[in-house]
Design a protein. Structure first.
Length: 275
């Protein structure tokens, strides 16, 4: 699933979101999915199409777009085995069958009259088992006083298997470090995820001051967005960065249940924290 959050300018004519088979300008790459809202007529609508060998195929048109000039939006592109489904602000709008193999897509292109606030990727099925409704989108929370770093988020019930902690943000221009701490209800030191920009290293630091390096590509970069996922399991925490699983740390079930607070510090700006 791909999420695009943004705003349509008040003088917008059109914009497009393209799932491309390459990123060159000349020759123009194939476009597997071309999603093109148009606002210059009295009735806003969407055109979908596919570009192959420089030629557009037969276009598909969807009228009654519930999105107009000046509106904010959250678009979800959900990729299935045979087609892509698109929702606009939580409501299903269209589905478009694939005309080129989805495996060829390696570039997301966004063009035209659009203000983009966020782009997010989810590399797993967002539906609950057996469900058919679109998942709830979680827009980035901009300029919230709760997101001023350093910040603290309570975990009143502790952590339990299946719970997911999501932290999204932007790395500052000249970063030194970034730390996520999980504090239990005692006075012992917290469990920490420590990111060091000077050495380009990541490590878990246990309450007993034992340091365990994370052997994975360093995915944090100055002035670039990031997403950290902590997925709770029976025996500890699994870590994913920007949609890539990068390892796990062991903790007992009771140790997870005793964790009562998430603390975030360092040289980052936060846009979303969800526990």
């Amino acid at each position: 699933m791909v999420m695009v959050q943004g705003t349509v300018p008040r003088d917008a004519q059109r914009f497009q979101i393209d799932f491309q088979c390459g990123c060159s300008l000349q020759p123009r790459p194939d476009i597997a999915i071309h999603f093109n809202p148009r606002f210059y007529t009295s009735k806003p609508h969407v055109i979908c199409n596919t570009l192959h060998w420089g030629r557009w195929q037969r276009e598909a048109r969807w009228p009654k777009l519930t999105l107009g000039r000046g509106d904010s939006f959250l678009l979800l592109f959900l990729f299935g085995t045979e087609d892509v489904k698109v929702s606009v602000n939580g409501q299903h709008f269209l589905h478009y069958p694939y005309r080129l193999p989805l495996s060829r897509v390696d570039t997301l292109g966004i063009y035209g009259h659009i203000f983009v606030k966020a782009v997010g990727f989810l590399n797993s099925n967002p539906f609950v088992e057996g469900g058919t409704e679109y998942p709830a989108g979680y827009p980035f929370l901009l300029k919230s006083s709760r997101l001023v770093v350093p910040c603290t988020w309570p975990l009143p019930r502790g952590l339990w298997p299946g719970q997911v902690i999501v932290v999204r943000g932007l790395v500052c221009p000249n970063p030194q470090e970034f730390t996520l701490s999980l504090q239990d209800d005692s006075r012992q030191p917290p469990m920490k995820l420590e990111v060091c920009f000077r050495n380009r290293t990541m490590a878990w630091i246990s309450p007993w001051s034992r340091k365990e390096q994370i052997s994975a590509p360093f995915l944090f970069h100055p002035q670039r967005f990031f997403e950290v996922l902590l997925v709770c399991r029976d025996n500890g925490l699994k870590l994913a960065l920007n949609g890539n699983a990068v390892g796990a740390v062991s903790l007992g079930r009771r140790a997870l249940e005793r964790l009562r607070e998430l603390r975030i510090s360092g040289n980052v700006e936060l846009y979303c924290v969800r526990c």
